[in-house]
Design a protein around this ligand. Sequence first.
Ligand SMILES: [Zn+2]
Length: 315
Amino acid sequence: MAEGETMGVKTGYLTMLKLRDEKGRFVKGHPGYGGSLDSLARILNEAQSRKIRCVTCGKLITGSKAYRGRKYCSIKCRDADPEYIRKRNESANATAKKLAIKPNLVMDVDLAYVLGVLFGDGSVSKQAHIRLECHESSENFADSFFKALQNIGLNPSKKLRFIKSNWNKNGGSMMWSVVATSKRFEEWFRELSYDKLENMLSTNELMSAFIRGFYESEGSYTMYCRKNKAGWSTPQYKICIRNTDLQLTHLVYSLISKLGFHPTLYEEHGKKRGYSYILYTIQLRRKQEVIKFLEYIKPSIKNKPSNRDKYVGGE
Ligand SMILES: [Zn+2]
C-alpha cells in the first residue's frame, strides 16, 4: 500500500469524510489509524454503498456528496427546503442569544480563575468564543473551567473532539473542548491590561484563584532523584510555570511572591521547528514550598509529580 493511501482510497478523501468506527474513533485513513483494516473496510463499504436522494427534487446523489451524507443535490435545492431554512434561522437566533449573554464581570474567585486559564491555555476569539482545549486525560481541568464559566453566568458546552495538530498534517488527538460565547465578555477581556488585572486581584483568595488557572495551563510538577556513586540522592521537588510573555510572567511572579512564596525567575533560550524562542520560567524548588503551594492553590490537575516513576526508585 502506498503511503497516503489506505485500501486504494486517498488519505485526504478519507479525512474529509469524517467517518467514525464502532468505537467512535475518527477514520483518518493513514497508517496511524487505531482500528483494524477489517473495520476500516467495512466502514468504507458502507459509505460507498449509500444511496441518498435529494430531499427537494428526489434526484439520486452520487460521488463525494453521497459519501458525506449530503441531503441536497445542490445549494438551490437546499435553500428551497423550508425545513432547512427554519433550522438555519433557529441556529442563527441561538447564536445571537449566546452573543448577548451578559456575565458577571465584578471580580470574584470564579472570574479570577477563568482569567488565569484564559491567560494560559485558554483563548478568546474575535467571534466572542471563550475557549479551552485540553488533553483527554485532563477532564478535571475541563470540568473546573466549565463550572467557573457557569458560575459567572455564561452558558458553556463541553465536548470530546478530535483536534488536528498544527504541526503534523496527519497528527492530532482527542481533546476536551469547553466553549462559551459572550460579546460583552469579549469586549471586556480585550480592554483588560495587566496593570488593571493586578489591581483587581486584591485579595489572597483572588490571587490564588488566578494562579490556579494559570498553573493548570502552563505549570508542571516534577520530582526526581539523581543517581551517583553513593546511590540515589534525596528527592528533588520542583514546580515550574513557563510562558513566552515577559510582562505576564512578571505579573504571575509578583502574585506568587505576594502570597508568601519564594519563586525564582529565569530565561530559557531555545529553537523549535526553525523558530527561536525565549521561555520565561518561574520555579519553586524548596520541598516545603512546593507542598505548601499545592495545598494552597489546590489545582484540579498536575497535583501529583509527573515523572516520579521514571527517575525515582521508590518514595
Ligand atoms: Zn435536488
